[in-house]
Design a protein around this ligand. Structure first.
Ligand code: FAD
Length: 606
């Protein structure tokens, strides 16, 4: 592996536990990976493929036990969020654009990181998101053509036909969900009635989709090979097999405190490594950098932290998605609300774990789409909708949701709003100050009003008439643009996608060199996780984070990069006249209205 200028050994301060001290500190390791989330696990897998390279992963959280249903059962995904055993439970500073509300920022604190507690939806995002990265990072190597082969390398799509542009043999199992039943049927029909196109895959669908391609999409679970069990396909479990198992086990309960800088407190363990890679996620990575004296010099000096390297971009440029839910009562007993009946839980668990079927095997949000708002720029959709055949608690708990219902997640996926993650204390246990500055981009207002209006228009189509018992959220009292914005400010919640806090690039605010993933100005220290995104993609962030790790592993190993995938003619239809809702449904291609554009996918990693 290519190491820094430093084949030299770099110390890393750590508050390790006995096993780390006993096994590692005496000998050191070649590569120290801080954080066993998706990025950390993928790096560990690829970098340890050479048995002579000793890779150590330090994960602050506990192991992802096979018997722990709270993280194993896909439908149980609500349980670990907010639970101190699995979640860092960050809370933001008052958000100026949201009436000074403080928002919860869940982050996985367990092997597998947030992939062990997340919603399991897999979205590459639109190719324009990556082409924008290439511009922002001033590196053509990060455009979609160069990133696409790495998506394919990590994807292991189950039951996917050949020639769809999806990876079929990668380690990360993916499968389309059934998205069946009257509510999803109504949704697909309503999408077409509203003038949208129903397509099989947001990213890879060609203009002329073959009938084979037209199949149901959505969130589903993946039966494990040689077993029918359907459990969450966490990166901790998926990618660990090829990594040094002893390292992963040994370090799953260790906690890194200071990062790469010497000067440990009494009782800390020292881990010596030729290379240190920070993969602690978009909140902890900038925190560790700042605690280590790498960040804005003035800010660090104000906290009494010796400045090792002045790098003003550390912790700056945070981006996050904001989301709300439109909710309806359902007058037919066809929603998933039965799932709230605790008497049914043993059967649901049994079906999922033993027979690999039933509602326990998946996230209820099994269909959705990407739409360009009236103010969208270029070809990139800036709105995302996801439908669940179930009414869930609203963030302001304004409605009772025990009855049958359905709800649509509405997210504005593009915004220039930027915030920050800044330490407030030199003590590692003190959470950093997080502020996303939601709604600070002047265009956010128009996007949000348009997002809610379009969502309502979709759910108001005749296809829903036989189900619709009336809108409960935001409800009839919210009509005008002002009222919509007041509701968004009152109920908007984080989309779980913090990114960009140690962005790749070459300018003054760049933190990471896009060619090497090294922190600018420091040898032997790299960052590989969601922090390095130059800007947030227009979809969920697990897939891009995994792709970043796959690509970074090749960079570090000095492998020739996978050849870019540049189709001779564009594989995606350019910006549509009308916005497009997306999902998959089993119907012949001839049933699709012609002329509209294609972009969508909703898969699930389980
Ligand atoms: C509730 C929730 C739902 C989500 N749903 C989806 C979804 O459906 N689809 C999707 O695409 N994305 C989703 N995401 C986002 C996705 O999971 C993240 O983008 C992705 O996990 C980021 O990976 P990462 O490796 O950058 O960081 P993380 O997953 O945050 O992993 C970082 C790891 O580092 C560890 N760590 C932190 N500090 C230290 C330290 N000091 N020492 C040692 N270890 C440390 C953490 O414990 C953690 O295990 C969701 C996230 C959450 C929280």
């Amino acid at each position: 592996m290519r190491t820094g200028a430093g084949e030299d050994v770099r110390p890393c301060a750590g508050e390790g536990e006995e096993d780390v001290r006993g096994e590692v500190s005496a000998t050191g390791c070649d590569v120290l990976i801080v954080g066993g989330g998706p990025a950390g696990c993928i790096l560990a897998n690829r970098l340890s493929a050479d048995p002579s390279v000793r890779v150590l992963v330090l994960e602050a959280g506990g192991p992802d036990h096979w018997w722990d249903l709270r993280i194993q059962l896909p439908l149980a995904m609500g349980f670990p969020v907010g639970h101190r055993s699995f979640d860092w439970r960050y809370e933001s500073e008052p958000e100026p654009g949201l009436g000074s509300r403080k928002l919860h920022h869940p982050r996985g604190k367990v092997l597998g990181g947030s992939s062990s507690i997340n919603g399991m939806l897999y979205e590459r995002g639109h190719r324009a998101s990556y082409d924008r990265w290439a511009d922002e990072a001033e590196s053509p190597e990060w455009d979609y053509a160069h990133c696409e082969p790495y998506f394919r390398r990590l994807e292991g799509c189950v039951g996917e036909p050949r020639g769809t542009g999806r990876g079929r043999s990668g380690p990360q199992a993916l499968q389309r969900g059934p998205a069946d039943g009257p509510i999803f049927d109504a949704f697909f029909e309503a999408a077409q009635q509203a003038g949208y196109k129903v397509v099989p895959d947001a990213t890879t669908t060609r203009r002329r989709a073959s009938p084979r391609w037209i199949r149901r999409c959505g969130a589903a679970s993946v039966p494990r090979p040689r077993s029918r069990t359907c459990t969450r396909w966490r990166t901790g479990r998926t990618w660990r097999s090829a990594a040094t198992p002893r390292s992963a086990r040994s370090c799953s309960r260790a906690r890194v405190r200071g990062g790469p800088v010497p000067g440990q407190e009494r009782g800390d363990a020292h881990v010596r490594a030729s290379e240190t890679i920070l993969s602690a996620g978009a909140i902890a990575t900038p925190q560790i950098l700042q605690l280590s004296g790498v960040g804005d010099g003035e800010h660090l000096r104000g906290l009494g932290i010796p400045v090792v390297h002045h790098l003003p971009g550390v912790g700056e440029r945070l981006q996050e998605h904001l989301a709300v839910h439109i909710q309806h009562r359902c007058i037919q007993p066809v929603s998933m609300s039965d799932i709230r009946n605790k008497a049914k839980w043993p059967g649901v668990v049994l079906d999922a774990l033993v027979f690999g079927k039933g509602p326990g095997t998946r996230n209820p949000m099994q269909a959705g789409g990407f739409v360009r708002s009236d103010v969208a720029e270029g070809s990139e959709p800036d709105l995302m909708y996801l439908l669940a055949p179930l009414a869930m608690n609203s963030s302001d708990e304004s409605v009772e949701v025990s009855a049958h219902g359905y709800q649509m997640h509405v997210g504005v996926m593009r915004s220039e709003s930027r915030g920050s993650v800044k330490i407030a204390s030199p003590v590692p246990a003190v959470h950093p100050k997080i502020v996303a500055n939601f709604l600070s981009d002047p265009k956010d207002r128009d996007r949000w009003i348009n997002a809610v209006e379009r969502g309502r228009h979709l759910l108001g189509q005749p296809a829903f008439r036989h189900l619709d018992g009336g809108e409960t959220l935001p409800g009839p009292g919210v009509r005008t643009g002002e009222e919509i914005m007041a509701w968004v400010r009152r109920t908007g919640r984080v989309g779980y996608h913090p990114s960009c806090t140690a962005a790749m690039g070459r300018g003054e605010m760049a933190v990471v060199d896009p060619d090497t993933m090294r922190v600018h100005g420091l040898d032997g220290l790299r960052v590989v996780d969601a922090s390095v995104m130059p800007s947030l993609t227009n979809a969920n962030t697990l897939a891009p984070t995994m792709m970043i790790a796959e690509k970074s592993a090749d960079i570090m190993l000095g492998n020739a990069p996978l050849p870019p995938n540049r189709p001779e003619r564009p594989r995606l239809v350019p910006a549509p006249e009308k916005p497009v809702v997306v999902s998959d449904v089993q119907r012949p291609a001839s049933a699709l209205p012609s002329g509209a554009a294609l972009f969508a996918e909703t898969k699930q990693t389980t």
